[in-house]
Design a protein around this ligand. Structure first.
Ligand SMILES: Cc1cc2nc3c(=O)[nH]c(=O)nc-3n(C[C@H](O)[C@H](O)[C@H](O)COP(=O)(O)OP(=O)(O)OC[C@H]3O[C@@H](n4cnc5c(N)ncnc54)[C@H](O)[C@@H]3O)c2cc1C
Length: 445
């Protein structure tokens, strides 16, 4: 297996690979195949009216304040105490929350996708996470930022806050039953107000949603496509970050995608998209997106910050479309090397089920030319006779070539691949705090 070296050391070989692309006939991913729509119009019994939310939000705590108000502490504790007991029912609770919300404020229904439950669940979860952090100044800004992005994705402004708070508290109280202590209403209302205020501030500071035109769509296999879009104005992002995307075939269903590469001078974004089983957006995007159609792109978020000159060596493990993250990080590191940074030895392992999945390997090979610190290994599950590629899954390849005890590790890919790779590294002894990942899922699995 190639190994990466510091400049000056003997040069590492780079695995080079045929970028086989096929134009298989599109699989039928018509809306008729999509999962059934969950009807949210089911009548529900609205719990007794809850304490109305204060018209004016209570003053938010200063994040850096050394002492936290006791009332605020009680609010945070009350939310955590109840949520820890009802979180197992999150899916059912989210359905109630949505139903209550739409009965209290029917106009809000149009802000949610046809199948509203997943969006209601994400909104519920991010709101409760922020409410649980109101007495934890170190956590509140991050939690409020996540809530801000959720509110922005659903295009919900301050006018929705009262209905949101009443529906959320009503749904949780219904599921909490006897756990709902006297005084819980007041504590939850206070926590909601304390979380909503910084979330609204963060939402106001977010960059706006940008329109973009699809300029190319290449279908590499029945479930894989490379799509390039040209945003109307540049979308700022750091290599390895993702953006949220809304496509015209699936209005209001925002999904994360990771630009495959570092920011480009022409501002275009390239996405590698895998159609997942039963996926609403990915299947439609792979099968039905066309040049000229208009997308909406949300602000960049997440991503692992890689210090190019750090002492420890770097291992990047990418499975399937996780190669987008690896490409972005490598392009960025090559740019840093060109600018004179002594980039640390970096090994990239890119895995795919078929040779088509490894279509990015020729780009990695180009990047590695003249860069002895960069070694790239292609790993293919279904082509064991190809001597250029390591056989098996990328998880096997990591385990075989380890242990990676002295490395910082970035893992990018599906939730299953991320879990398996992380487990293999931990078993071999790589400390958890050296393993970094953004699992490619929006559903918390
Ligand atoms: C930070 C981040 C970056 C991402 N970058 C990319 C990218 O560059 N390219 C890309 O193709 N996707 C990427 N994803 C995944 C993408 O956002 C969607 O989650 C995925 O396309 C499924 O959406 P869907 O609407 O088709 O499926 P849904 O209708 O939301 O879900 C259908 C089923 O698929 C499962 N599922 C959801 N996500 C995945 C997954 N990633 N792998 C396997 N099963 C899944 C769900 O649990 C559910 O059972 C990224 C996700 C995150 C969080």
């Amino acid at each position: 297996m190639p190994t990466a070296t510091r400049p000056g050391a003997p040069s590492a070989a780079t695995t080079v690979l045929p970028a086989a692309t096929t134009d298989a006939p599109p699989a039928d991913a018509s809306p008729a195949d999509a999962p059934p729509t969950t009807a949210l119009a089911t009548p529900v019994t609205v719990p007794p009216p809850t304490t109305p939310l204060p018209a004016t939000p209570l003053p938010a705590q200063e994040p850096a304040a050394p002492a936290v108000d006791l009332v605020v502490v009680r609010a945070g504790e009350a939310v955590r105490a109840v949520w820890s007991r009802v979180a197992d029912c999150e899916a059912d609770l989210a359905h109630w929350f949505g139903a209550l919300l739409f009965s209290l404020a029917p106009r809000l229904r149009e802000h949610f996708p046809t199948q509203a439950d997943p969006a209601a669940r994400r909104l519920l979860r991010t709101t409760v996470t922020a409410m649980s952090a109101v007495d934890r100044p170190g956590e509140l800004p991050v939690a409020a930022g996540a809530l801000a992005r959720e509110l922005r994705a659903l295009d919900l402004d301050e006018a929705a806050d009262e209905a949101l708070g009443v529906a959320l508290i009503g749904a949780v109280r219904e599921f909490a039953g006897d756990l709902w202590a006297p005084g819980a209403d007041d504590a939850w209302v206070r926590a909601f107000s304390l979380a909503a205020a910084p979330a609204r501030e963060a939402a106001a500071a977010l960059p706006g949603v940008v329109g973009a035109t699809v300029v190319s769509h290449r279908r590499l296999s029945w479930d894989l496509a490379v799509v390039e879009v040209e945003p109307d104005v540049a979308v700022p992002f750091r290599a390895g970050q993702s953006v949220t995307v809304e496509i015209p075939q699936r209005p209001r269903l925002w999904r994360h995608l990771t630009p495959a590469g570092a920011p480009r001078a022409d501002g275009r974004l390239e996405f590698h998209v895998r159609a997942v089983d039963g996926g609403w957006v990915s299947r439609s995007l792979v099968a039905h997106s066309r040049c000229g159609e208009r997308w909406r792109i949300g602000p960049a978020e997440g991503g692992t910050v890689v210090d190019p000159g750090a002492e420890r060596e770097l291992l990047v493990v990418a499975g399937g479309t996780g190669a987008s993250v690896a490409l972005a990080l490598c392009e960025d590191l090559v740019g840093q090397a060109a600018a004179g940074v002594d980039v640390r030895p970096t090994t990239v392992m890119v895995g795919g089920r078929t040779p088509e999945d490894l279509h990015t390997l020729d780009r990695f090979a180009d990047l590695a030319v003249g860069e002895p610190w960069l070694a790239v290994v292609g790993v293919c599950e279904s082509d064991p006779l190809d001597t250029e590629l390591a056989p098996g899954s990328v998880v096997d390849a990591v385990a075989r070539s380890g242990p990676w005890l002295e490395h910082d590790v970035v893992v990018a890919g599906s939730p299953a691949m991320t879990r398996a790779t992380t487990a293999a590294l931990l078993v071999d002894g790589t400390p958890l705090d050296r393993i970094h990942y953004d699992p490619f899922t929006d559903d918390g699995s």
